[in-house]
Design a protein around this ligand. Structure first.
Ligand code: AKG
Ligand code: FE2
Length: 247
């Protein structure tokens, strides 16, 4: 199934919904001018017999006293029209995309992200991921331009699982023009005009709702581009987690 030779559109599987784990809370917010963010990943659920009140008190105490639950993250997002953060297993080749070389944070620094990774592995039997790119879209002006996640370190037919949390956004796919040189990454470019969804098999649109898990497989990255365009009406925060396997 992982190396299916089906046509790419059939490899884009939007049907699976992964329930957002009730005991996780991820806060990901910018400081000041937006070139820095605090990624706070903590278990927010009640532990054992803790009452709600005790849980609130211990959460508040943890938030102020436990530095392990709060990390200041240099986003290094330059001119990227969204904030991002990269988490990867030790010893993997360094990711470079669209001219960025993000710092690789360790899974051990964010235990709830490891738990989400486990849940994604369970939801997709046979899958294996060892890295994660988080994107934060503060509102409808944040976007990701047309690109393919076709970096060599993912191999020719990467499986990418994309979990969406928060504000729903439209996710577009369009077939690469035949002349596009294979391997070219165009991330960061804003689509010039709205993609006309005219029923063509070369264009697809998915609404990624809170808790949805979209999976791209096969030759999707080689043959297709995807984007999350600006949307005026998307007025609240969205966090997207894309799980990938660096070979
Ligand atoms: O936010 C999304 O749904 C897509 C993100 C994406 O394409 C990426 O991180 O490569
Ligand atoms: Fe992507």
């Amino acid at each position: 199934m992982l190396h299916s030779k089906k046509v790419p559109t059939e490899n884009v599987d939007k049907g699976k919904v992964l329930k957002a784990p009730s005991n996780f809370r991820i806060s990901f917010y910018a400081n000041g001018d937006g070139d820095e963010a605090i990624l706070k990943a903590e278990t927010g659920g009640r532990r054992g017999r803790e009452t709600e009140n005790e849980a609130e008190q211990s959460e508040a105490a943890a938030a102020t006293s436990d530095s392990r639950t709060k990390r200041v993250v240099e986003l290094g997002n330059g001119s990227q029209p969204r904030d991002s953060c990269y988490v990867a297993s030790e010893g993997l080749p360094q990711l470079v995309y669209s001219g960025y070389q993000p710092h690789a944070y360790s899974w051990d620094e964010f235990p709830p992200l490891k738990d989400i990774l486990d849940a994604v592995h369970k939801a997709l039997p046979g899958s294996r991921f060892n890295s994660l790119l988080l994107n934060r879209y503060k509102g409808g002006n944040d976007y990701v331009g047309w690109h393919a996640d076709d970096e060599k370190l993912y191999g020719p037919t990467p499986e990418i699982a994309s979990l969406s949390i928060g504000c729903e956004r439209e996710f577009l796919l369009k077939k690469k023009p035949d002349k596009t040189p294979r391997g070219k990454n165009t991330s960061g470019e804003q689509p010039k005009k709205r993609l006309k969804m005219d029923g063509s098999p070369d264009k697809h649109s998915f609404v990624l709702k809170h808790g949805s898990l979209l999976v791209m497989r096969g030759y999707t990255q080689r043959d297709w581009l995807h984007s999350v365009p600006k949307r005026v009406k998307a007025d609240s925060l969205r966090i997207n987690l894309t799980f990938r396997l660096v070979l």
